[in-house]
Design a protein around this ligand. Sequence first.
Ligand SMILES: Cc1cc2nc3c(=O)[nH]c(=O)nc-3n(C[C@H](O)[C@H](O)[C@H](O)COP(=O)(O)O)c2cc1C
Length: 323
Amino acid sequence: MKNRVCELFKIRYPIIQGGMVWVSGGKLAAAVSNAGGLGLIGAGSMKPDLLRQHIRKAKMLTAAPFGVNIPIFSKYAESQVHTAIDEGVSIFFMSAGSPKRFTPILKEAGCTVAHVASSPTLAKKCQDAGVDAVVVEGFEAGGHNGREELTTFVLVPQARDRVDIPLIAAGGIADGRGIAAAFALGAEGVQIGTRFAATVESSASAQYKNQIVAAGDSATRLMLKALIPVRLIRNSLTERLHALEARCASGKELEAELGENAAKRAIFDGEVDQGEVEAGEIAGMISDIPSTGELMRRLVSEALAAAPGDALREAFRNENGFS
Ligand SMILES: Cc1cc2nc3c(=O)[nH]c(=O)nc-3n(C[C@H](O)[C@H](O)[C@H](O)COP(=O)(O)O)c2cc1C
């Protein structure tokens, strides 16, 4: 049996490092690709010229395939797409917008396209728009989320029933058990964010990485539904935002409280009490900051060990002594 995600992206393991603003530059993407996964440069925090520099850096650091993630709602999305095509990038993970917008241009340019969806309905629309693969992301994921609030466990099997193209699961996966579970639900690959954000090669600040390590099992909260929902680690800023949300404050008031560059301030500059500390629920399970190579080795060996075939066979042989 061959794995379609590995074949599509020409990678050794079907493990994708999700594009992450202020976290996944050329260095992290190249490190993941060198370790046999697929690294993605997160263009969301880059003007087109900076994206060009990160693509060139990744090319210097790896000969393996890597890709670019472009959130479609960004005002730079169109120029980012053209910059990346100019620089020879051929793998695009598009998110936060309609799959109809760039898929035709990217396919015309000979690229491989994946799109991030937050519901089975949107996954089907992605397939209809002609993408090569779909990432379904549950709302336990770090960063911006869909409004449907579907968990990965609910989303993956329903999406599997709706699409034939390769299916990649995202949201709440940080070790081999999560990978094995995603495959049991019908995924053929995984996209991992928060776990890769706390690695040596991640370009996030030490303070941000330490916040992930310190996060308890209920540290995050889904905020800002009146703007774009985003999952954040609780801090002084989220408490103030929560108070505003409790009294149904307007989008303008929430924006004013957020201030400029709230994600950059927390993730990149390290102001973790006053900025947006984007992270997934699974932060509660993360307790170290390994190198990407070490993390990839762990994920692969844990996934193999966690495949539940024997336990399932034992449990369902109906020889447990009860009638
Ligand atoms: C700090 C951070 C920034 C993110 N930025 C983006 C982004 O720019 N574009 C995007 O499509 N997804 C973004 N995501 C989502 C990830 O690509 C990935 O799908 C998600 O983190 C998977 O869930 P997990 O965090 O539970 O592993 C971000 C996630 C985090 C934690």
